[in-house]
Ligand binder design. Structure first.
Ligand SMILES: *[C@@H]1O[C@H](CO)[C@@H](O)[C@H](O)[C@H]1NC(C)=O
Ligand SMILES: *[C@@H]1O[C@H](CO)[C@@H](O)[C@H](O)[C@H]1NC(C)=O
Ligand SMILES: *[C@@H]1O[C@H](CO)[C@@H](O)[C@H](O)[C@H]1NC(C)=O
Length: 510
């Protein structure tokens, strides 16, 4: 009987866990981020359900991977152009709120939540806490993916906010160490964000109760109160690594997996690109502004001037761009799609001109390529400032007449080998790890499931009020004690010298 039971346990565990991964953000980079989590889980034999905006882009045809269509989320791109500099934080928060509500209202998602049982839920941090509901109604561990370097908004979910006095915020261009006024700026920004969160809390709570209340009722389970679950995160998977983001203390349930989205086996280059790269003895400059920035964002005049600059170089230029040009100089090759990793891995690539998106920046680290960063929005200015500070990059301000500045920066990067030396050195740091990120992902998600939430890895800071871990209560006690000691001493001195002052004052009067 025991043997039978053991056999069953073995067989059951060999089947793997049922893990649900959500990708509700209609952006290709977020698709890559979540795919990077799905892939190792599928490979480890788990039954993964991948709810994604781009089901057609899922290449993995494994039997243990189920893809759920969320392509109706593409419509949210109509409300907002992420590359428009006029887009504010409030717009992005509105988008994230729209996405969260739409996700939980999706019939396929509701059906899974009511009728299926998963072992863990993976969501991505994107400004709301409504996603807490999925793990809460299922009663299973919540794995939170953070597609940025570790920042205070994620930090406050799992720990005290330790980064505020020492690190620039995620949207700041400030470099380390921060000056007094930069730290003040940091604090003000954080206070504004906190005020915002405080205001949205009741909205999130209401949405949570409305949508997940109905799901919990249909499942026949009670809905835990929002305040108990909105930060009930078991594991944070963070797209950070000390070779890029500054080293700061983190609780043991924050796992740094930067570079996990990069395929360990570099796909072969198409024949024509391979030939171009191999034959470019003077080197290659690779130019891509990512997937969110539309071609129309580069004005006609800017394009012409950039082509002039590139045409004057002896290096080959590979340019990822949505539109084609006529009469291009021979050394410029424009394609709407480029296999970025395979290009960056080629030894002839000398410079990567980039918008400084995190994924591109991390790929440049993986392959040790110097950067010419032209950041546009979101965390790009922050990443670019960081790459400049590490010595891997030169930065140029994005503007319609940036071409001369681009030329200057290119010359500097090609003339001075300190950038490529630094890039090679950082690449060594980036790759020097005990475990591959994919191993960490499966290990920690399995651990969270097997320990029912990895409580032993969570920071105990949540036992305390903010003024307790800042030791303000103890400081108050110290002030009170000092005041009492001071008062007692003053009294004692007064008593001991009681006669003296009177005499002296009398004398004075006399
Ligand atoms: C959010 O949805 C509302 C309609 O429900 C729409 O008016 C608004 O523009 C949307 N905003 C974003 C940023 O998606
Ligand atoms: C190369 O660039 C580095 C970093 O900006 C600088 O410190 C160094 O002086 C430069 N070397 C030359 C030869 O210009
Ligand atoms: C918090 O999550 C764990 C699993 O990670 C779960 O066992 C626990 O019940 C959750 N807490 C609440 C209040 O729902």
């Amino acid at each position: 009987m025991k043997c039978l039971l053991l056999l069953c346990v073995l067989v059951c565990s060999a089947v793997g866990y049922k893990i649900l991964c959500f990708h509700p953000i209609p952006s290709k980079s977020h698709f890559h981020l979540v795919t990077g989590i799905v892939h190792p889980l599928v490979k480890a034999g788990h039954e993964v359900t991948f709810v994604t905006v781009f089901p057609e882009a899922v290449k993995d045809k494994s039997k243990n991977l189920r893809v759920v269509d969320l392509s109706h989320h593409k419509k949210f791109l109509e409300y907002i152009d992420m590359s428009d500099p006029k887009v504010t934080m409030t717009d992005v928060q509105m988008l994230s709120y729209n996405l969260s509500v739409s996700l939980v209202q999706t019939p396929a998602v509701q059906d899974m939540m009511v009728n299926e049982q998963f072992d863990a839920i993976v969501t991505e941090w994107f400004f709301t806490e409504i996603e807490a509901g999925y793990a809460a109604v299922q009663g299973v561990p919540w794995i939170l993916l953070s597609g940025n370097v570790y920042h205070s908004q994620v930090e406050q979910i799992v720990d005290a906010v330790r980064s505020l006095p020492i690190l620039p915020g995620i949207h700041s261009r400030n470099q380390l160490p921060l000056t007094f006024w930069q730290r003040v700026q940091n604090t003000l920004f954080y206070c504004l964000m906190s005020f915002d969160e405080w205001r949205s809390y009741s909205v999130f709570k209401a949405e949570y109760e409305k949508h997940f209340g109905a799901i919990a009722a249909a499942r026949g389970v009670p809905l835990p109160p929002f305040e108990d679950v909105h930060r009930n995160v078991s594991i944070v998977l963070s797209d950070s690594h000390p070779s890029f983001s500054p080293a700061i203390s983190k609780p043991p349930n924050v796992i740094e997996i930067a570079g996990y989205h990069i395929d360990a086996n570099i796909p072969d280059l198409p024949k024509d690109l391979q030939d171009i790269l191999d034959s470019s003895t003077h080197g290659v400059i690779y130019f891509s502004m990512g997937s969110v920035l539309k071609a129309t964002a580069l004005k006609e005049k800017t394009r012409k001037e950039l082509i002039e600059v590139f045409g004057s170089l002896k290096q080959t230029v590979l340019w990822k761009f949505d539109e084609t040009f006529e009469n291009l100089p021979k050394n410029i090759h424009v394609r709407s799609w480029m296999p970025q990793s395979s290009i960056l891995a080629h030894p002839n690539v000398k410079v990567f001109i980039t918008h400084g998106g995190l994924l591109s920046t991390l790929e440049s680290l993986q392959y040790g390529v110097p950067l010419l960063a032209i950041p546009v929005f979101a965390d790009q200015p922050h990443n670019a400032a960081r790459s400049v500070q590490t010595g891997q990059a030169v930065q140029v301000q994005y503007s319609p007449d940036m071409a001369p500045k681009v030329k200057e920066a290119l010359f500097e990067l090609l003339r001075n080998d300190s950038y490529s030396k630094k890039a090679k050195y950082l690449s060594k740091l980036f790759k020097n790890r005990l475990n591959k990120p994919s191993e960490l992902i499966t290990h920690y998600i399995e651990l969270a499931i097997e320990t029912k939430g990895a409580l032993h890895l969570r920071s105990i800071v949540k036992y305390y009020k903010w003024y307790e871990y800042l030791m303000l209560d103890q400081a108050l006690l110290l002030i009170v004690v000092l005041y009492i000691v001071y008062s007692v001493l003053r009294r004692a001195i007064n008593v001991l010298t009681k006669e003296e002052p009177k005499k002296s004052s009398k004398k004075k009067r006399d």
